[in-house]
Design a binder for this molecule. Structure first.
Ligand SMILES: Nc1ncnc2c1ncn2[C@@H]1O[C@H](COP(=O)(O)OP(=O)(O)OP(=O)(O)O)[C@@H](O)[C@H]1O
Length: 301
């Protein structure tokens, strides 16, 4: 299975929100879709699933183009689920009834509903009516509905909203489990560090297109990462390639540093840093700061 978007352009009236967006996602993949509010993440989902008209471009699944005909759109909807909006839940129905409904609409007779409920720790409330649920309980229900629908392609818009840290971790690990089933999952999220726990690749949407992509597996360069205010920078040896980002985030590349230099730099940074100093590759959080908030790179010591 593959999901491909070719030269996708979307306008709302005279305003262009997406311009010439291109990507091709193979199966067994989770993509993190990242951008500030109002950039076009939901628009991208809506366009692929043809909830909104496409100005130009093509949507392909397994190298077949899906046009805006009733037949093609119906087939598209049988292959893709979109994370339900909490407002779409029926207050007087139980969670189980919602989960069964999603399984039946997508004919996923094979979905074991009891397994889904148990994996998401919903046994304690799932038989009660939705009107008795908290925000986080509703969110887990929406996620369970998608798992029960069991489509090959899943669009998850803000799935972590309202979830406490334990449930964020639970949903993150279930995502990793289900992707192994040949799925393509795109998750739009503002929980940047959490995306590094499960996404294979991150797409940063900016200036109407996929501005930058980053592969978690391929980020090999290591950095010393911490925080330091500008007036304290003089206490550090600033190496070539050092990134000084918004919010006083500093990332100093390890390349060419001796063990002693690493130790000394970490010690100095720990002294001035308001939060933990760590060693690691640049993550989604750092790329986000770099792309949307600007960076200052230091070329020389
Ligand atoms: N139906 C519409 N008519 C006109 N403009 C729209 C419409 N829907 C969205 N927009 C505009 O398109 C842009 C992208 O909106 P979209 O909802 O796709 O952003 P988003 O990245 O999903 O944001 P968020 O993170 O807040 O969910 C915004 O400027 C928004 O105002």
């Amino acid at each position: 299975m593959s999901l491909e978007v070719r030269n996708l352009t979307i306008n709302y009236g005279t305003k262009t929100v997406l311009k010439d967006v291109n990507f091709n996602i193979p199966d067994n993949t989770i993509i993190g879709l990242v951008a500030p509010n109002g950039t076009g993440k939901t628009t991208l989902f809506n366009a692929i699933i043809r909830f909104i008209p496409i100005n130009s471009g093509e949507i392909l699944i397994d190298d077949t183009v899906y046009k805006n005909t009733t037949k093609d759109v119906k087939t598209l909807h049988s292959k893709i689920t979109f994370f339900p909006d909490q407002a779409e839940l029926y207050e007087d129905f139980s969670g189980v009834e919602h989960i069964e409904m999603y399984r039946d609409i997508w004919n996923s007779g094979s979905s074991n509903i009891d397994e889904v409920i148990s994996r998401l720790n919903m046994e304690g409330y799932v038989k009660n009516k939705v009107k008795t649920y908290s925000l986080g309980m509703r969110q887990r229900l929406c996620f369970a509905m998608m798992i029960a629908a069991d489509t090959k392609i899943m669009f998850m818009d803000e799935i972590m909203n309202g979830l406490d840290p334990v449930n964020v971790e639970l949903v993150s690990s279930v995502l990793q489990e289900i992707k192994e089933d040949g799925k393509i999952i795109i998750v739009a999220s503002h929980l940047l560090e959490n995306l590094d726990d499960y996404a294979d690749q991150i797409y940063f949407l900016n200036e109407q297109s996929i501005y930058y992509t980053y592969n978690r597996e391929e980020s090999h360069s290591e950095y010393i990462k911490g925080y330091i205010t500008e007036d304290k920078l003089k206490h550090l040896q600033l190496k070539r390639g050092t990134l000084y980002l918004a919010g006083d985030r500093i990332c100093i590349p390890l390349d060419g540093m001796s063990e002693g230099e690493v130790f000394e730099t970490m010690r100095t940074l720990k002294h001035y840093s308001r939060a933990e100093v760590s060693l690691g590759a640049l993550g989604t959080h750092e790329h986000y700061l770099r792309i949307y908030k600007g960076e200052r790179s230091y070329e020389t010591v």
